[in-house]
Design a protein around this ligand. Structure first.
Ligand SMILES: Nc1ncnc2c1ncn2[C@@H]1O[C@H](COP(=O)(O)OP(=O)(O)OP(=O)(O)O)[C@@H](O)[C@H]1O
Length: 280
């Protein structure tokens, strides 16, 4: 049972300069070590703002954030340490990439953390290989496609071996093959004990992958719980513009028609559902 809190947010409030309505309006949540959390909610509900608060780019005007039980500090040294331990892959990779070549880009972070050249090169090659982007190594980052930039942005973060990885809509701009590859990397991350937070609008992926879903609504948490708890709450889904995962809708329909006994646990993926149906 995972019980150690990795991140605790208590009543966070944040308003952007010049705005009247706060982007975060009393947001509280808890992320356990090693957990897989999908953060979901309508456009503008505060997900990206919360992520920027998590790695200290934004500082909430009110409320408290802690990492591994220690309250956030905003001095330069603490922020550098925080950003090496909490890595964000931004929704728009152009906000993240600035080096002359992919290899330089990926090695920059670990060199900055004090690794020697040989280690940085070895780690950079390892992660490029895992993400299938070695052939891009000499290309300038500005000349990459949107999906390639996303992969380099993921490599940028993973190469630093962070404790937490936050992926803001990771599959946006990726083709099915590279979405698949990224999903495998995400699985490897969680298997190696990294805590992963993903912002996604994809209920099927969230339902099959996450062990906790957090629904944001107007800058605070509307509902947090297991995928089944959250995706069974239709009013909460309606408020946050989300649909039910297809597999859950089919399962509920089969239960209503008494074709599946409700005492079987709900399947998390279409493959699991197929096994159920084949066993009827
Ligand atoms: N740089 C900014 N300046 C002013 N307002 C901003 C800025 N960034 C976001 N906002 C506002 O803050 C609120 C929360 O936005 P945020 O980007 O955190 O939402 P989100 O849930 O990540 O949305 P999406 O699903 O569209 O990515 C929105 O009302 C948005 O317009």
């Amino acid at each position: 049972m995972k019980t150690e809190s990795m991140i605790t947010a208590d009543n966070l409030w944040f308003t952007y300069d010049g705005e009247d309505i706060p982007a975060l309006q009393g947001l509280s949540l808890d992320i356990k070590r090693g957990s897989k959390t999908a953060v979901m909610g309508a456009n503008g509900s505060g997900k990206s703002t919360f992520f920027l608060c998590l790695n200290g780019i934004l500082r909430p005007q009110k409320g408290a954030l802690s990492f591994c039980g220690a309250p956030y500090s905003y001095d330069k040294k603490s922020l550098l340490n925080l950003r090496s331990r909490i890595g964000i892959v931004f929704q728009d990779p152009d906000n993240q990439l600035f080096s002359a070549s992919v290899r330089q880009e990926i090695s920059f972070g670990i060199l900055n953390l004090g690794a020697d050249n040989e280690t940085a090169l070895r780690e950079t090659e390892k992660i490029m290989d895992a993400l299938d982007i070695t052939e891009l190594k000499d290309r300038p980052t500005h000349a990459l496609s949107g999906g390639q930039k996303k992969q380099v942005a993921v490599a940028d973060i993973l190469v630093m071996h962070p404790d937490i990885v936050i992926l803001d809509e990771p599959a946006a701009a990726l083709d099915p093959k590279h979405t698949d590859m990224l999903n495998k990397i995400i699985d490897q991350m969680t298997e190696s004990g990294i805590t992963v937070l993903i912002s996604t609008h994809d209920p099927d992926y969230a339902f099959s992958w996450a062990d906790q879903i957090i629904l944001f609504h107007q800058g605070k948490v509307l509902k947090a719980g297991s995928p089944l708890e959250v995706f069974s709450d239709r009013p909460a889904l309606n408020l946050t513009n989300l649909s039910q995962p297809a597999v859950l809708s089919i399962y509920e329909s089969l239960c209503r028609k008494k074709m599946i006994n409700e005492k079987f646990p709900a399947p998390r993926s279409l493959m699991e559902l197929l096994h159920f149906i084949e066993g009827i």
